[in-house]
Design a protein around this ligand. Structure first.
Ligand code: MF3
Ligand code: CO
Ligand code: CO
Length: 250
């Protein structure tokens, strides 16, 4: 069931999403070569707690940490670890989800550590572009297939592939609500957008082939061909006026 948020709920969504975005801005300044993803986790965890919120990933279906840290060939759901230290040329996705006043805010970015090769830098930039361009299409009357088609077209134009096993999602009192927001598809198809819907768009784009596998830890998703993968995520509100949308996690 796709719910339409009330004005009161939208206010609460704005607050939690602002905190999630602030957490990324906070951690961005701390990133440096040699730092472990465990340290990234601890810093984000403390920041979220200090702002009277809860890190949603912690214990979510048994996830053991407070943020996801996905390095290089890790597509998503990487588990922070003392053993994973940031190296020059790495790309690191940090995915933050906050629960504030019972509402979830979900956002991620892929950060470049030190000097990243031009090939991988371009992957990161195009992944960001695919999210930004797809968000521009969000307005009442548009369809989810328009979003998927836009992302797929941009990725394919650059010779990249789109991960299909994981998708964006409705969000609110629950972390993952209806609808599923696929990052591929056909223009003019799928659920029609209405003002008051809140959902994420979070394309995962691979330099190589699209296929993924889950490691034995039960969480870490990597590319089968070990090619690097980038991701960006925002939580979006569909609005009646203006642009037809508001990016809640800016
Ligand atoms: N934040 C992820 C998303 O964008 C979900 C992480 S689930 C976890 O939907 F359990 F791995 F934290
Ligand atoms: Co999400
Ligand atoms: Co997320």
């Amino acid at each position: 069931m796709i719910t339409i948020k009330s004005n009161r709920e939208i206010e609460l969504m704005r607050e939690t999403c602002k905190l999630a975005a602030d957490t990324l801005r906070f951690i961005e300044k701390k990133l440096e070569i040699g730092m472990s993803t465990e340290e990234v986790n601890t810093l984000c965890h403390n920041y979220i707690i200090e702002h009277n919120a809860i890190p949603a990933p912690l214990n979510y279906h048994g996830f053991p940490k407070s943020v996801c840290t996905s390095l290089n060939e890790v597509i998503c759901h990487g588990i922070p670890s003392e053993a994973d230290k940031l190296k020059n040329g790495d790309i690191l996705n940090i995915d933050v989800t906050t629960i504030l006043n019972h509402y979830h805010g979900d956002t991620n970015r892929t950060f470049m550590i030190g000097e990243v090769s031009s090939e991988i830098k371009k992957l990161v930039e195009i992944t960001k572009l695919s999210l930004d361009e797809s968000i521009k299409l969000v307005k009442p009357g548009a369809r989810l297939g328009d979003i998927g088609a836009c992302i797929q077209e941009i990725a394919h134009d650059h010779g990249y592939s789109v991960v299909r096993e994981y998708c964006g999602h409705g969000i609110g009192r629950e972390f993952h609500e209806d609808p599923q927001v696929l990052h591929y598809g056909k223009k003019g198809t799928g659920v029609e957008l209405r003002a008051g819907m809140t959902f994420t768009i979070e394309p995962m784009i691979n330099l190589g082939k699209r296929h993924s596998k889950v490691l034995d830890d039960g969480w870490t998703v990597i590319t089968q061909d070990k090619s690097p993968s980038a991701q960006f995520e925002h939580t979006i509100l569909v609005t009646q006026d203006g642009l037809g949308h508001e990016i809640l996690t800016l």
